[in-house]
Design a protein around this ligand. Structure first.
Ligand code: PLP
Length: 423
């Protein structure tokens, strides 16, 4: 977060007419900009253009002789699982490769928990008796899975080093209905938070009233640094095992923002017992995932070095966009003390906090000026930000010129909303 000077509301109020006329000019410019969803831009997708022709007409045989065109291989090709051992923090035996969406794997793990229970459960979780902890602000689609099934959600503040662990420990120790917790441990959506070793240690070791409690460890941004300064976090599966909780963490990731967002590979990694449990559930759902896509990814990425090289190319495209947003917020909002924003080292988002009660108004003003932002409240369960403060900014998709215009427009909307409220 940038340092916040005290709010200069009296001065802003005095400038209200000037801000209104700047806003009228912004509207008249007829912009159509979208900073709502964290999608890769097309030049990022171009980095994986080779995938469109791989593996090639005559290349369909995996290292162990499997004909990838045919059915089978529920867990995924060995070489694909080997490729992602470092990313997932477990051995290839303890990885399952799914189809293109890690969100689908998370959805299924929740659904299977509700219907069947986990490998440590006495029976199904059942939605009416299931609660998830939700660090906030967080990822709207996690919360949507809970909403879909009627799972109760409890907000937990996400601090600089991760979730508020005093609150988490207290809740999980006393409430046996708390079966799960959403975690985006690295470059969190939307704050860019990186969980500290201390937080991870506490998550791995905490006493839970539910013996079948699970961390939904969504490491979507595991290799998505914006500069050479890549964060490294503790290995959750290892730490949980160390503390006698070997089955506590389900780790998810995908290549959605590595290769092709709509045609990548999703991964699940965990303890042997959890992998066995998930494979047993998946067995009724599919005869096997898309092995041709797995082979294609193995041929394209090759190894960890290949993956690292590709991620550096993404960073080279993304970093100037993030820098531009931060530069404009610093320039246009910095001196007014009415907003704070994160300066992430990776991931896909900047999290903007405006004065309480104004996020919806800012998003509305921006929309009327042709700048679409993620709806205010989306970063909280039920779409309800109790303070109406948080706005998620997604700079990846627009080009640099559009980003400049959008960030300037958003800054103006923040100042105008603050000036209006200062009456
Ligand atoms: N998890 C997080 C934290 C995300 O931000 C996103 C996409 O924005 C996803 C998961 C989606 O992953 P996938 O494309 O693998 O379903």
């Amino acid at each position: 977060m940038a340092a916040t000077p005290s709010p200069r509301l009296t001065e802003l109020r005095a400038m209200r007419e000037q801000l209104q006329s700047s806003y009228a000019a912004l509207k008249a410019a007829g912009l159509t900009l979208n900073m709502a969803r964290g999608k890769p831009a097309s030049d990022q997708l171009d980095l994986s253009a080779e995938l469109m022709v791989l593996p090639g007409a005559n290349d369909f045989t995996a290292a162990d002789g499997t004909d990838c065109r045919n059915y089978g291989g529920l867990q995924g090709l060995t070489e694909a699982r080997q490729l992602f051992t470092k990313v997932m923090g477990v051995t290839a035996d303890n990885i399952i490769i799914g189809d293109n969406s890690s969100l689908a794997l998370m959805h299924d793990c929740v659904a299977f928990g509700l219907l069947k229970g986990t490998c440590d459960s006495n029976g199904p979780w059942q939605a009416a008796h299931t609660t998830f902890l939700c660090p906030v602000p967080g990822y709207d689609r996690h919360f949507a899975i809970c909403e879909e099934f009627g799972i109760r959600m409890i907000n937990v503040p996400l601090n600089e080093e991760g979730p508020d662990m005093d609150a988490v420990e207290k809740l999980v120790a006393s409430d046996p209905t708390i079966k799960g917790m959403w975690c985006v441990p690295k470059y969190s959506n939307p704050t860019g938070t990186v969980y500290s070793d201390t937080v991870i240690e506490r998550l791995a070791s905490m006493k839970t009233a539910a013996p079948d409690f699970r961390l939904f460890w969504d490491n979507a941004y595991v290799v998505h640094h914006l500069s050479g300064e890549a964060a490294d976090i503790a290995n959750i599966v290892e730490r949980c095992a160390h503390h006698g909780n070997p089955n506590r963490a389900y780790v998810f990731s995908s290549t959605s923002k590595i290769t092709l967002a709509g045609a990548g590979l999703a991964m699940f990694g965990s303890s042997p017992a959890n992998v066995k449990w998930l494979l047993a559930r998946m067995n009724q759902r599919t005869i096997g995932s898309d092995k041709i896509n797995q082979l294609r990814h193995v041929r394209f990425l090759r190894d960890e070095a290949g993956l690292a090289t590709l991620m550096n190319k993404h960073a080279a495209i993304l970093k100037p966009k993030f820098d531009k947003v931060i530069e404009i917020f610093n320039r246009d909002l910095g001196e007014w003390g009415v907003a704070t924003w994160t300066v992430p080292k990776g991931g896909y988002f900047v999290s903007l906090d405006v004065p309480a009660g104004l996020a919806k108004r800012v998003v509305q003003l921006a929309k009327e000026a042709g700048i679409v932002l993620t709806p205010a409240g989306a970063t909280f369960p039920g779409g309800k930000d109790p303070e109406d403060r948080n706005i998620r900014i997604a700079p990846s998709f627009p080009d640099l010129e559009e980003i400049s215009k959008a960030a300037e427009g958003v800054s103006l909307c923040v100042l105008l909303a603050a000036a209006e409220s200062a009456n």
